[in-house]
Write a protein that binds this ligand. Structure first.
Ligand SMILES: *Cc1c(COP(=O)(O)O)cnc(C)c1O
Length: 425
């Protein structure tokens, strides 16, 4: 096995990391993670860290869940990959049926993608093509929220409401109207979006929202009432509603789906992250309203697809994930953990009161936003104490695996508290 030094040397010489300069002026050595199991990441020296953000919200069932590992091994032996064009297979077909059964009523068809961004990308194309087919080709703008994050393809970037992620691409993106975030006051925000929908519906294809939590925007939380009202306004103004459950899906907000708290079935729902984790795969789920528009012959097709869409390994894992949620009553086990997280965060002193929903809690330590430094100082403190606590600038948050045990959760929350105190005094 390569030594820690050899790995770091190869990495520093040749690797370009996400959201990072190609080569950093001030080199902060990355953690060298050798293995992960349950809520624990273990580095090359055997030091262990609690995974405070579930590795970008994917290790929702913990790392290397034995049932998921078995599903991958068994599927790999039988059918690891085949194209999904003119071909189907058991995991791809049965997953669609089982996924629809787990979602709020009204969805009827599943389109597979590679990840969260391509789920969003596919949904935007469906919306644009839908209005072409409906004889309203002028409906081609999108509406998204300030502070939104929907992924990193150019289509998804167009919807992004965090300037730091999007500004250098201005002029090369789809036309998108950004409206007030409901996290800054949901009534004023609803009045704003309702006005835009009413006045500009003849040029708007769809509204895209993260339901209840704007994740990368700083774990900003808003009430379900906004989403419920938004769904009614979209319907009244003949605008499609796309909900992005890439982060919120699979129990993160305390219910299996965040949109179910608002009683909302959107026109299109996007999935990724936990969906087939740890295999990169996503899905777009639509109502008949959308899918019926694409019924017919070759010329009616949605011209969109990815080489690995419908990948049998991913589909087998996605089925296992759904089955674990059901058989291990994952969502029903959450309330005591949710309460612990909430209490711990509300006891921390930040620049503003903390916020929490389900298995998400966050606190802003300053006003530096995404480029702020305070969260990074807490990150270093937490690392020394045995937790991986990647911040969003000045925002410190936790989104732990839902299967985290009581003792592990207590340990994580103590580390958060101590690390924040070490930085803010
Ligand atoms: C992470 C994320 C995406 C993008 O998913 P990728 O798998 O990184 O492409 C889209 N929407 C939301 C809400 C996300 O959190």
């Amino acid at each position: 096995m390569a030594t820690r030094e050899a790995i770091l040397h190869a990495d520093a010489s040749h690797v370009w990391h996400p959201y990072a300069p190609s080569r950093a002026n001030v080199a902060a050595a990355p953690l060298v993670i050798a293995r992960a199991s349950g809520v624990w990441l273990e580095d090359a020296d055997g030091k262990r860290y609690i995974d405070g953000n579930s590795s970008w919200y994917t290790a929702t069932l913990g790392h290397s869940h034995p049932r998921v590992v078995r599903a991958i091994a068994e599927q790999a032996k039988v059918l690891a990959h085949t194209a999904f064009a003119g071909i189907t297979h058991e995991p791809g077909a049965l997953l669609a049926e089982e996924l629809l059964a787990s979602l709020p009523a009204g969805y009827s068809r599943v389109f597979y993608t590679d990840n969260g961004s391509t789920s969003i990308e596919a949904s935007l194309r469906m919306a644009l093509h839908y209005w072409q087919k409906a004889g309203q080709p002028k409906k081609k703008r999108f509406v998204a929220l300030n502070s939104a994050f929907h992924g990193d393809t150019l289509g998804a970037t167009s919807l992004g409401g965090i300037g730091h992620f999007t500004h250098v691409f201005g002029g090369n993106t789809l036309e998108c109207v950004h409206v007030k975030s409901p996290a800054d006051g949901h009534e004023a925000a609803f009045a704003h979006i309702a006005r835009v929908l009413k006045e500009e519906s003849d040029s708007i294809a769809a509204v895209v929202v993260e339901p209840l939590v704007q994740a990368a925007g700083g774990m900003l939380i808003y009430p379900a009432a906004y989403l419920a009202e938004l769904a009614r306004a979209c319907e009244a103004n003949d605008v499609l509603l796309i909900v992005d459950e890439v982060f919120t899906g699979y129990g993160r907000t305390g219910t299996m789906w965040a949109s179910e708290q608002a009683g909302v079935t959107a026109d299109i729902l996007c999935l990724g992250k936990t969906f087939a984790s740890p295999i990169p795969m996503g899905a777009v789920v639509v109502t008949p309203h959308v899918s019926e528009m694409f019924v017919g012959n070759r010329e009616d097709a949605l011209m969109y697809g990815h080489t690995f869409c419908g990948n049998p390994l991913g589909a087998a894992v996605a089925r296992e994930v759904l089955s674990i949620f059901k058989e291990e009553s994952i969502v029903a086990s959450l309330p005591p953990k949710i309460e612990k997280i909430r209490n711990a965060f509300f006891a921390i002193k930040g620049a503003r009161p903390a916020r929490a929903l389900g298995m998400v809690a966050a606190i802003d330590l300053g006003d530096g936003g995404y480029l702020g430094d305070l969260g990074w100082r807490v990150y270093e403190e937490a690392k020394a104490r045995g937790a991986y606590l990647r911040p969003l600038g000045d925002t410190v948050y936790v989104t732990p695996p839902l299967v985290i045990g009581d003792r592990e959760l207590d340990a994580l929350l103590s580390i958060v508290e101590e690390s924040v105190r070490a930085v803010t005094g």
